[in-house]
Design a protein around this ligand. Structure first.
Ligand SMILES: [Zn+2]
Length: 166
């Protein structure tokens, strides 16, 4: 099925995507006890804008099972920034570049705004981040959001930290 988010057109295998999410034991945040992840679980129901929720549901993504999550710490009083991604089983048909090479070893994601405080970038990514997706053709839907810090504990110290199976 062809689906679209901003200018990215993706040929998604919805049944295979649904099956892979059903095989994930838990989303990254639910599988971790750190403050960053517990805060994300607390705000997750309002992190994704309506346009992204509609896209995700039509494509077979389980929004409670993010395959990657990172927190940048506080970005203002009571505000924090997260990045994460969802895999789709399928292939990218067309769309703008999702990454830009900065130097020989670093890249940055070229997010585009979908809604206030929420941006996305879709591309081929680095392969399966959860064994439920191993061996499948994947498109990564990366997102970045600014949201609230609502739990009493402070964020985990340090710069952006990858949450994943690595
Ligand atoms: Zn965590």
């Amino acid at each position: 099925m062809l689906t679209k988010i901003l200018d990215w057109v993706i040929d998604v295998d919805v049944a295979a995507t649904l099956a892979a999410y059903a095989a994930i034991e838990s989303g990254r945040a639910a599988g971790c006890d750190c403050a960053d992840c517990r805060n994300f679980v607390a705000v997750r129901s309002r992190v994704y804008p309506e346009a992204f929720v509609k896209f995700a549901h039509s494509a077979g993504i389980d929004l409670e099972r993010e395959v990657e999550l990172a927190c940048s710490g506080l970005v203002g009083i009571g505000a924090t920034e997260y990045t994460g991604l969802f895999h789709l089983v399928g292939r990218l048909v067309e769309g703008p570049a999702d990454v830009e090479q900065m130097d020989s070893s670093s890249w940055r994601v070229l997010y585009r705004s979908l809604a206030p405080g929420f941006s996305v970038a879709a591309g081929f990514g680095q392969g399966a981040l959860d064994k439920a997706f191993a061996g499948l053709p994947l498109v990564d839907v990366n997102w970045e959001v600014t949201t609230d810090w609502v739990i009493p504990d402070p964020p985990t110290p340090g710069i952006a930290r990858l949450r994943g199976s690595q």
